[in-house]
Design a protein. Sequence first.
Length: 472
Amino acid sequence: MAFQITREPIAADALKRDHPEAGGYVVFEGRVRNHNESKDVGSLEYEAYEDLAVAEGQRILDEAKRKFQVVDVECTHRIGHLHIGDIAVVVVAAAAHREAAFAACRYVIDETKRRVPIWKKEHYTEGPSDWIGQHSEPLTETSYYARQAKVVDQARLKQGRVLVVGAGGLGCPALLYLAAAGVGTIGVAESDRLEASNLHRQVLYEANDIGKLKAELAADRLRRQNPFIDVRVHPDEVRHDNVEALMREYDLVLDCTDNFRTKFLLNDAAVLTGTPLVQASIYQFEGQIQVIAPGGPCLRCAWPDTPEEGCVGSCADVGVLGVVPGLLGTMQAAEAVKLILGIGEPLNETLILVDLLTNETTRIRRTRSVDCPACGEGARVRLEPRPDWEVAGYRPGDYDLIDIREPEEVSAEPLPGSRNIPMGRLQPSDLEGRTLLVCQHGVRSAHLTRILREQGFDQVFSLAGGVAGLER
């Protein structure tokens, strides 16, 4: 599967391949015709911005293969001076069924014409036309950033390195605007796969992406949006044993996560490494944003201990209006740009609360606590490992599996070999020997396990990452 630009003549069967599994095989040939717009044509010229054309063309082929589930799809486009009857472009699609092959072929043709920087000049018998095509000039960094470069130092943005932890409701808009702004290196740290319930607020993804790794989907979208940046994928869960090394690869970090454990882990790692952290949280119609900067107050200045998971409902529990993370994530991107450029007044000592129902914005001054266990006098940051009652996986027979999700969650994604007892109905009498509690992402099960263990039930364990983690 390849997109090619060539100056050599294209043979009619140049891209034909044998695919025994393909029942539908579609070949499109675009040839130079002898007329255009009622004018006689003698010949035709094509030119391309080759590196960008190949990169964008390959993205189109990748999209077609995913969208239509084809076995193979290829495209070759000729440039240079072509004569009547010469083949200008060939697209070949092979699929199990003809409908998919036709659809993929049509998609590649249309998207290539719309997106790939190739220009043509008709040589009419009465004289040549002007160059026409998708762009009036090759796409360059100068043209891409023409408007923004009038107000900021674009070269400095290109030198920036930003890690975004979480490619969900907050991470999607943050990533889009960081990429569009031209931040030179962007890291996407996300271990989850896309679920249908994510789509109303996670604007990087499409419905046919369900089940795929968000980090890879996000990186692919950002590379298509801006071919001049470097996007790196970190598909592993951010943990106490990898967060410090990961942070040291970047100049600043955006916390776009949705659980207390990761937020406080990122806070502690930011203090330890001296890395600025742009932190945001959302709840139904509200959100908040602040910056944890070296020398300034951190999360533990206000909350010395990590709150219990479940003390505040997650999006899955209490719901969220999709535009709320859209706004807060965009604000995170703005703070990141300000920090990279050294402009404006970053929220180093300010917490902003936003209520979208009333359009009220509240600014709260934050102060550093001398008694803070992370950044106070004599403090020593320690990245705490996962508790020993939280396990990364299991083998059949190791535990009595209890799925504490709600019935509708279980019906949508059953866990074989488990008993379904929703969290609110679980009683101590339901526990039989070594018990492994399981929920969707490991948050509810960890909360309940901690409570049960405090009551003396020391044979209760929680599955880290939940059912979603098993899919990885």
